[in-house]
Design a protein. Structure first.
Length: 412
């Protein structure tokens, strides 16, 4: 069976669903494919947090995404619940205190509402948080959180309502080309989809899919874990998320209880090119012990977590890039081959803006300036060695919330 589309998007998580929806909005015929069910791998296992103050290149993406999430139903006609309850960032060490002050100044310069707060206000905002050990804190009232699976499901619903083609259990096994141009994709079930644009949005599977076109993707999948609790007194959805910088942890309300996650010092990594074709996130082994160690580091800050009954241990494979920035744009060596990946534990919350910008680029041929820093080919041959790529990606992951989280000029 052969069909034709203007674009084929491979991967129906947050980034793929957003891109497919926005391509449809650009007037293109689009097929959205997934090797399993839509929204079944890492996206629904994320934390669902959105922090607008990032580095100067990522912040515009984060801020536009929050605006689009808040106006989601108005834009798409599909309802989406988004909690605009803000977030608190907490320093307990001198180096982190300096960063807090610098970030407040940077936010003011960019027009983002964010300011220092003291212990009394922090307790009022999040009664389950004890700020006694904090040396400095800021509060960003415009930050949001949402249940992670809701975002891609809503984009898929809007895509379907607009006439988009969704195919589940459609594993891509070939990317065809002629004269250096993409011509089609082939699926395991024998389907052939002719197209001049293939968007690889397969998350941790992106290197596997891109390899079908002899393309290299400079990312490494890293397991990220969190747990949720049963209901706790004094917790509700109007309260902010709280990040503890030196412990690399975050806590937010979750259905009357709390969600707790963090960035492990020695995380599990996976190369899905070496895994069984039947591997899925649902079967990935999880381990609550590292979370327990991180919880011990912030026991004073979150006393109600220590004895709370755990509801769920959740984990996914996030895609880490050596310089901590996205991979969005055309991917060598084929014309018509595109990539949207490298979430660095922030793909869900930035998917609205990234999908919109990439769709516009594909549709018009003109690169949005916002995507200029995220060229997927920017590292050249630097990270062709898997060991070097893994080491650099893990370094990005383990430096979350620090001034070294993003390596602006790091090429090796």
């Amino acid at each position: 069976m052969t069909e034709g589309f203007d674009a084929v998007v491979v991967g129906a998580g947050a980034l793929g669903a957003s891109t497919a929806y926005h391509l449809l909005r650009e007037g293109r015929s689009v097929a959205l494919l997934d090797r399993g069910r839509v929204v079944a791998e890492t996206s629904p296992r994320a934390a669902g947090l959105s922090m607008q103050l990032r580095d100067d290149l990522i912040s515009p993406i984060a801020r536009l995404s929050v605006a689009k999430l808040l106006a989601f139903e108005e834009e798409t006609g599909v309802p989406l619940t988004v909690h605009r309850s803000g977030s608190i960032k907490v320093a307990r060490a001198d180096a982190d205190e300096a960063q807090i002050h610098a970030e407040v100044r940077r936010a003011a310069a960019s027009g983002l509402e964010l300011d220092h707060i003291g212990p009394e206000r922090a307790r009022r905002l999040a009664p389950w948080f004890d700020p006694a050990n904090a040396t400095a804190m800021w509060f960003a009232p415009g930050d949001t959180y949402m249940e992670p699976g809701d975002v891609p499901h809503a984009y898929v619903a809007a895509f379907r309502a607009g006439g988009g083609c969704v195919r589940e259990h459609a594993e891509v096994t070939a990317i065809g080309s002629e004269g250096g141009d993409v011509t089609h994709v082939g699926c395991r079930d024998g389907a052939k989809l002719e197209t001049g644009a293939v968007v690889v949005a397969a998350g941790a599977w992106s290197p596997v899919v891109a390899a079908l076109a002899d393309a290299a993707v400079p990312l490494w999948p890293v397991r990220h874990q969190l747990f949720t609790t049963t209901r706790l007194p004094g917790v509700d959805n109007t309260q902010p998320a709280v990040r503890i910088m030196d412990a690399r942890t975050y806590t937010r309300p979750y259905d009357g209880g709390l969600m707790f996650g963090g960035y492990e010092a020695d995380p599990v990594t996976m190369d899905l090119r070496r895994e069984s074709p039947t591997f899925g996130i649902a079967t990935m082994p999880l381990d609550g012990e590292p979370l327990g160690k991180m919880l011990a580091m912030v026991r004073d800050e979150f006393p109600s977590l220590a004895g709370a009954e755990r509801r769920e241990l959740r984990g996914g494979l996030t895609t880490l890039v050596p310089d901590g920035r996205f991979l969005v744009g055309p991917l060598d060596p084929l014309a018509g081959l595109w990539l949207i990946s490298g979430c660095n534990v922030g793909g869900l919350s930035t998917s609205p803006a990234l999908g919109q910008h990439l769709a516009r680029w594909i549709a018009t041929g003109e690169r949005p300036e916002e995507l200029a820093p995220f060229d997927p080919n920017r590292f050249g041959d630097t990270y062709l060695d898997p060991a070097a790529l893994r080491e650099a990606a893990v370094r990005t992951y383990t430096h979350k919330y620090s001034s070294e989280e993003v390596y602006q000029d790091r090429q090796a």
